[in-house]
Design a protein around this ligand. Sequence first.
Ligand code: SAH
Ligand code: SF4
Ligand code: F3S
Length: 451
Amino acid sequence: MSRFKGYVYIYTIGCQMNVYDSEKFFSILHLIGYEKTEILDNADIIICNTCSIREKAQEKAFSFLGTIADKKKKNPKLISIMAGCVAQQEGANVFKRIPKLDIVVGTCALKRIGKHIKAIQLGKRRITDIKEEKEIFETMPDNLNINNKKVSKFVTIMQGCNNFCTYCIVPFVRGREKSRNPENILKEIRNLGSNGVKEVTLLGQNVNSYGKKEGITSFSELLGKISEIDSIKRIRFATSHPRDLSDDLIFAIKNIDKVCNHLHLPVQSGSDKILKKMNRGYTKEIYLEKIEKLRTQCPEIALSSDIIVGFPFEIKHDFNETVELIKQVEFDSIFAFAYSGRPGTKALKFSNQINEQEKKERLNELLKIQDLFTKKKNQALVGKIQSVLVEGKSLRKRNTPEPEKQILPQMTGRTESGKIVHFYGENIKAGDILNIKIKNAYPHSLWGGIC
Ligand code: SAH
Ligand code: SF4
Ligand code: F3S
């Protein structure tokens, strides 16, 4: 390993793919002598890995990087970098808003970060690298789990998206869909497994089309191969596009023990009119049929979804159809968002944009209704035994239902369905998988006891 050169602070905004990319950034910088810091003022390099899915996420990045000028006054050698989706979208324009920034690297330029840092140290100013690459960056330094010894890790298996939903910026900032070679994925997961990782979440914008274009292993076959790795005990994945959810995948969830009994299946809207304008490629009926098939094959499956409210042309009737759909399906949880117009997307040019106040009201109404179902689903687990992957000591200090046991360490973990469970446990460590009997349900977590 190289001599210590300094500290890097990485601020990650956005989805799980950005979390994965940030780890890659760190692993590359670690090889050339940098250590991670959680203290911003100690940093010699600051990377902000950005997201442009909604305007709010984008503005979060600009306001964080807006403080760079002040930091550079204190530490003139500080190198500041904007990476990720906003960088890819805006390129050199970013310097207009943040003149003191040093490097803008897009979503394909990650591997060249070391070279760019060196160039800045040699006196170069304002580097922009947003070149799109045909190939996925495969060289994965072997130290992916060195910094944060987590038992659960993300593994990107494909990049980009070809779907062009009319609201979405992802195809513009992540490029066309490309799948990684299965051998490289398996090698990476074996490597994680031998470093203590017990659970992997496979990432792609539409995992169901994994390998299709390349004519390699299908997604279900990939799940089968990963399940043969002994050290890996649980497999998750996101995201499945409802249009492409195949029988094959339903059977994989049912038959491969290690594949968790949970599916994230973003519906976006319950109105056929809106789904069509979004270019989603399915109707409410098709979506509901898939849910029924899933529940017939996997009766205990937990379901979650994404919903956008206030999409252009969404009148109260369309919104009510979305409300009806969430009442009908009874998801375990949803992520709901107010529509945000994004540069370059088709929907930005649609007439009939909905005003912000109306979007906010619809969002709040939807979330309130969903809260009832989330509570109901959590409540239904009381008295049941759940398999829980322990993540570590629980940081939450609150009045627990069993005060007499308070001398014992409070631990936290997740059920197969991804729900957080807190419990008391002695001599328990991260990575253990325990049977926990659920005793209490809260809006966003469960309380239980070891069986
Ligand atoms: N590939 C995934 C979604 C990735 S983006 C899929 O197709 O399901 C994650 C979520 O952000 C989307 O499901 C959508 O609900 C939301 N989203 C995307 N673009 C948005 C926009 N312009 N405004 C509001 N929410 C948006
Ligand atoms: Fe965006 Fe649609 Fe692709 Fe998902 S499938 S990333 S929502 S374009
Ligand atoms: Fe955001 Fe880019 Fe992910 S836009 S949601 S960080 S792919």
